[in-house]
Design a binder for this molecule. Structure first.
Ligand SMILES: [Zn+2]
Ligand SMILES: [Zn+2]
Length: 358
């Protein structure tokens, strides 16, 4: 009986393999693949919130420490009504956004919490998507808000991509990719500023956090029609996060397991790898999951999302480890995943989670 089953499976596998060699079958599969990719771009926008809400989509959930096949570096997409903002844009995050078919034409601005590479490295790819996607009469350079020094960053990207802008303009023409809207408009923010945008009730408040030697370094609070999301940025435990996150619906706080970082350091030392020093250095400028929970409790937020995860807690056991002891401090927490969206509908107190998949 078992012999018969194995024989049938082998015949079946050979049949499938044979079919895949036929051009007709390849044509059908290619047609299906392209259709679904285009569908992603044109139709999947329907996964965006249909009701009036303030939402946050995690487009990257890891720190640069230890690679992960499941996660891009830090990125959060904030949606307020029809307006879209991208907060930090680390390695792999734009690939996520493209795969999910998010509406690049609705992006009003990028906000950068601080000028570490894992928060800015995909800026050029994001620029390409907004440059190409916006309608001809809505095209403009990409607004990038950030701390002092953001203008040097955008000027550097413009210099590096000057030839690329020219090639794409020559190839695709002035209507699709005009040189007049290639590049960035940098805007420096500070604590005390309230950022507002035309035709939007969203208010964004930057606040200082502690990520020395990175100075200045900011967190951001988003308020929209009575709902609120706070992003901590990279920081050690900070009273300013407690102050600005006070009574927020959702606090997205960075988190680092120093125990796991120590394990990584020990392993690197065993292998006499000089990168072990980094594992010692980073312990002094991040927040542990338990400290993030303490901050959430003090600030009396409704829900805590741990993000900028260091090292990446991939898999069931790693997540259990990362979240050990949290429930004793603060009950309402979630570990971020790429594609996780939290939506806060206007007019009620709901906190709804959903997932963007590829
Ligand atoms: Zn970072
Ligand atoms: Zn940082």
């Amino acid at each position: 009986m078992i012999k018969k089953i194995i024989f049938s499976l082998i015949i079946f596998a050979l049949l499938i393999f044979g079919l895949l060699q036929l051009q007709f079958v390849q044509n059908q599969l290619a047609d299906y693949t392209i259709r679904s990719q285009i569908y992603n771009v044109l139709v999947e926008n329907s996964r965006m919130p249909s009701e009036d809400a303030l939402s946050a989509l995690i487009c990257g959930s890891r720190s640069p420490v230890v690679a992960s096949t499941e996660r891009a570096e830090t990125c959060t997409m904030i949606v307020a009504g029809n307006d879209v903002f991208i907060v930090d844009v680390g390695d792999g995050s734009v690939n996520n956004l493209r795969n999910w078919g998010v509406p690049f034409d609705q992006i009003k601005a990028v906000l950068i919490t601080h000028l570490h590479s894992d928060h800015i490295s995909d800026l050029a790819d994001l620029h390409l998507m907004t440059w190409a996607s916006k309608l001809p009469n809505e095209k403009s350079k990409l607004y990038v808000y950030g701390p002092l020094g953001i203008d040097a960053v955008t000027a550097g990207f413009e210099l590096s991509y000057k030839l690329d802008y020219m090639y794409r303009n020559r190839h695709h023409g002035d209507k699709l990719m005009p040189l007049s809207s290639a590049g960035y408009i940098p805007k420096v923010f500070n604590e005390g500023n309230v950022l507002k945008f035309t035709d939007s009730e969203l208010e964004i408040r930057p606040f200082s956090v502690m990520h020395s030697p990175v100075e200045p370094s900011f967190g951001l609070r988003f308020d929209y029609k009575g709902r609120s999301v706070v992003i901590s940025g990279d920081t050690i435990p900070s009273d300013n996060v407690v102050k600005f996150a006070s009574n927020a619906d959702v606090l997205i706080h960075e988190a680092q397991s120093n125990y796991l970082v120590d394990l990584a350091r020990d392993e690197l030392e065993r292998n006499e790898n000089f990168l072990s020093k980094i594992m010692t250095d980073i312990k002094t400028y991040h927040t542990t999951p338990k400290d993030a929970a303490r901050i959430a409790k003090k600030a009396e937020v409704k829900h805590l999302i741990l993000n900028h995860l260091s090292p990446s807690p991939d898999g069931y056991v790693a997540k259990k480890f990362f979240s050990r002891g949290l429930n004793d401090i603060f009950e309402y927490w979630t570990i971020a995943e790429d594609g996780m969206m939290v939506s806060l509908p206007v007019g009620n107190a709901e906190i709804n989670f959903s997932k963007f998949d590829r």
